[in-house]
Design a binder for this molecule. Sequence first.
Ligand code: FE
Length: 138
Amino acid sequence: MKGGMEMSMEISELFQKADWKKEKHVPVIECPSTIKKEDLCEVKVSIGKEIAHPNTTEHHIAWISVFFKPDDDKFPCQIGQYLFNAHGASAQGPNTSTIYTHHAVTTSFKTSKSGTLIAFGYCNIHGLWQSTKEISVK
Ligand code: FE
């Protein structure tokens, strides 16, 4: 049995990132770049905006998680965790329903500090993906 030291790795190395226009797994964060602190900020996070990602029983986006890290704070706050459980199955078997659910979510939050939105997505085959977007509060 291997010891803990030999098993250690940088977790951050498991999170892939790329240009969302060229890579279908990157979470795309859409929201205003500048907001007022008293206003709700609407945030949309989707995967496969430019290049569609499949949603089948065998290959799908399982979840998206969204965080906000204020510039001066050490820790991020989680804004939401979204699970996608529908992947085209029906009583006839995998991928037989006519229902398609898209891996996209819209949520809202407020912040009195500028900071960075962080989105993570998980493909059941292609692993963990990340992206960020800065928001400044006026
Ligand atoms: Fe994938």
